[in-house]
Write a protein that binds this ligand. Structure first.
Ligand code: GNR
Ligand code: NI
Length: 174
C-alpha cells in the first residue's frame, strides 16, 4: 500500500468527470487500498480516486469506530437509485479544500447501487453522515466540490481564504 498526494483546489483535475471502472480487478483493488491508506493518513472519512489524480469512479469511505457500517466501504461506479425529498443541512469539509468548512444542503437519505471490492453489485440505503458523505464523494466523480453547492458569496469567501492560506504557506517556506 502507498500514501498518495492529495490534489487541492484550484486544480483542473478536480473538475474532471471520472470514467466508469470496467471491472473491479486486482489493479482497481490496489488503487482502492492506496486510497484507503491515504484517507486514513489524511485523516478523512471519504476519498475519491480523482483526488489522488486518477479519473475513475471509485470511492472509499470509513466513518470511524462508532459509526455504521463498521470498517471501510468501497463504492465503484455508484448510481443514485433514489433520493429523499426531505433535505438535511450539515457542515462539510473536503481534503481538497484544506481547513475550509460550510453548511451544505442535500437530500437527507439516498439509495445507491454500486460494485463492491469483489466486483459484486450491491445496494445501500444511507442516512445521516453516511448519506452526506456518499453524496459529497459522488459529486467529486462529476467534478463538483461542496463549495459549488454554496451561494456565490459564500463560495468566494472560501476561495479567497484558500488563496490567502496558500500565499502565507509560500512565504513561510521562502
Ligand atoms: O473527511 C471528510 N469529511 C467530511 C465531513 C463532512 C462531509 C463530507 C466529508 S468528506 C471529507 C473527505 C473528502 O474530502 N472527501 O472527498
Ligand atoms: Ni471532498
Amino acid at each position: 500500500m502507498a500514501i498518495l498526494p492529495i490534489i487541492t483546489a484550484p486544480s483542473p483535475k478536480l473538475k474532471a468527470i471520472s470514467g466508469e471502472v470496467e471491472r473491479v480487478d486486482d489493479d482497481v483493488r490496489r488503487l482502492l487500498d492506496d486510497m484507503l491508506e491515504t484517507m486514513y493518513a489524511a485523516p478523512g472519512i471519504g476519498l475519491t480516486a480523482i483526488q489522488v489524480g486518477v479519473p475513475r469512479r471509485a470511492i472509499v469511505i470509513d466513518l470511524g469506530r462508532e459509526a455504521q457500517p463498521a470498517g471501510p466501504l468501497f463504492l465503484v461506479n455508484p448510481e443514485i437509485a433514489w433520493s429523499s425529498e426531505e433535505l438535511l443541512e450539515r457542515e462539510e469539509g473536503c481534503l481538497s479544500l484544506p481547513d475550509q468548512y460550510a453548511d451544505v444542503i442535500r437530500p437527507s437519505e439516498v439509495k445507491i447501487g454500486y460494485l463492491d471490492y469483489d466486483n459484486v453489485r450491491r445496494e445501500i440505503h444511507a442516512d445521516q453522515i453516511l448519506s452526506t458523505c456518499i453524496q459529497h464523494e459522488m459529486d467529486h466523480l462529476d467534478g463538483i466540490l461542496f463549495v459549488d453547492r454554496l451561494s456565490a458569496v459564500k463560495r468566494n469567501i472560501i476561495v479567497r481564504k484558500l488563496a490567502k492560506a496558500r500565499r502565507q504557506a509560500r512565504y513561510a517556506t521562502a
